[in-house]
Design a protein around this ligand. Sequence first.
Ligand code: ASP
Length: 325
Amino acid sequence: MTARRNILVTGFAALCAMGVSAQQAWPSKPITLVVPFAAGGPTDVVARTLGASITKTLGQTVVVENKLGAGGTVAANYVVRAAPDGYTFFIHHNGMATAPALYRKLSFNPLTDFEYVSQAVDVPMTLLARKDFPAKNLTELIAYVKANESKINLANAGLGAVSQLCGMMLERAMGVKLQAVPFQGTAPAMNALLGGQVDILCDQTTQTIPQIKAGSVKFYGVTTKNRIKALPDAPTLSEQGLKDFEVLVWHGIYAPKGTPKPIIEKMNAAVRTALKDPEVVKRMADLGAEIAPDSKLSPEGLQTWLKSEIDKWSPVIKAGGTFAD
Ligand code: ASP
């Protein structure tokens, strides 16, 4: 080996060793978990519940950072550009799969521009209206909405939010077009519903169950195929006549592309531990969320799932004709 080659090889080995020791020491400072919607809302609740458990496992605080805007794409853009050093992670839902069809000029590719950590929980949605909305049940709601289409508004959290996806599916199922009122998360949308400023909201059980139980909203049913354990008496929309209506919210955890594999593996293990943590299991069950099955918890499992969801939703969205730049 020439002297020059020797120096290069030794230098490379030293660099690798530094990389390995940096990874072994990971995490040595707080980890940021980016949430693409408002604090206090459904995604935030899932992020903070998991984050508290991951903090216990890794011995460093998981700090939730809410980066709002454009139905989650502002946050995704931020994460794509963040340093791949193991200190930035991202939690997002179906919006990662709907964004490519919704945004004409998306500046990231959900399928190739991230590292994939794990799925986490699946969350049903619920169809709600403001407390004094005239319709008492889904049949009345459909009749009322059809008769008053132009006067009724539907809150959502922007193009790419599941509240928007659910709203779009509902409009199609009912054959109406309502006034969309976008917020930067369904936490502020729920406040507007409670205040009577908006009429209808389709939102996740992680936020809506307390309001449903308190009777502070009108509640018409769940968006899942089957009834859910947390609201056993609540009918599905499908069993009440919106045949085959189904929207289920899944969550993925991502990292900037290039985050070292050993770190992804350690985070994956910490997420798996969190999903078995009795406090997480209880809180998620109380809020209607289901822990994702083991088969969905590998990095490859998330990427494969994401691809199948892009393939599932893109034609549905394209047929709807709602797009943004
Ligand atoms: N999950 C979002 C939130 O946390 C809203 C949405 O996707 O509809 O606010």
